[in-house]
Design a protein around this ligand. Structure first.
Ligand code: URA
Length: 222
């Protein structure tokens, strides 16, 4: 039932004229995976490979995502993977607020149909859809309940391709998923996390600088 509705939604997205990206895309990249699914990963926007294939995360960042999922005992086939924005921004520039807004309704309908126990946001743009104004360096790896769903912010895999020191951080964050899925009430709110981890400002600033210093997620993957 959910699968049929998701397929219909993907067909609707394929013809979407709602923002300027409709004029430059090769095709839309709505998302892939089962429904329902315990985990839904939400990235930023398709890159050139995704625009060419119609599938999310098929380049190097996608291969790392597969490895990260495997480190959590999950396979890509078990997880629904989508992006905040369904069409490639030209030159892999950052998605604009009006483009994110134009796709928001699609994303909300996808989430309702996939009905995940945990939403994993990948990177700052995806994080900002749930936690505007937050810093990825401060809140990554800590799940918080938003409107009844657990949302776990993580660094974007592409950031770890350029900053090797972020890779173990991502692995450690992904490895928290099995416990979270087993006890979905065991969220770790950000405030608690910051207190537990010690003097927050310097640590968070350093990590934030790391993600900000990384090139835009897909740009170097082309
Ligand atoms: N990066 C993303 O955020 N999404 C993709 O689909 C590919 C790379």
């Amino acid at each position: 039932m959910a699968v049929r509705e998701l397929t219909a939604l993907c067909e609707e997205i394929a013809d979407c004229p709602n923002c300027a990206l409709a004029r430059t895309r090769t095709q839309t990249v709505p998302g892939t995976g089962p429904a329902p699914a315990d985990v839904m990963c939400i990235g930023e926007a398709p890159g050139a490979r995704e625009d060419a294939t119609g599938e999310p995360f098929v380049g190097p960042a996608g291969r790392l995502l597969d490895e990260l999922l495997a480190s959590a005992g999950l396979s890509r086939e078990q997880v629904y993977i989508a992006n905040i924005v369904k069409c490639r921004p030209p030159g892999n520039r950052d998605p604009q607020p009006e483009e994110v807004a134009a796709c928001r309704g699609y994303l909300e309908r996808q989430i309702a149909l996939v009905d995940p126990k945990v939403i994993v946001t990948l990177g700052r743009f995806s994080m900002a859809a749930w936690f505007p104004g937050e810093s990825i360096g401060r809140i990554h790896g800590r799940a918080r309940r938003v409107e009844g769903r657990l949302v776990m912010p993580m660094y974007h895999p592409a950031a770890a391709l350029h900053r090797g020191d972020l890779r173990p951080v991502l692995v450690a964050d992904f490895q928290k998923l099995p416990a979270l899925l087993a006890s979905p009430d065991a969220e770790a709110p950000f405030a608690e996390a910051a207190e537990a981890a010690g003097p927050a400002p310097a640590r968070a600033e350093a990590a934030e600088a790391a993600e900000a210093a990384a090139p835009p997620p897909q740009a170097p993957l082309l």
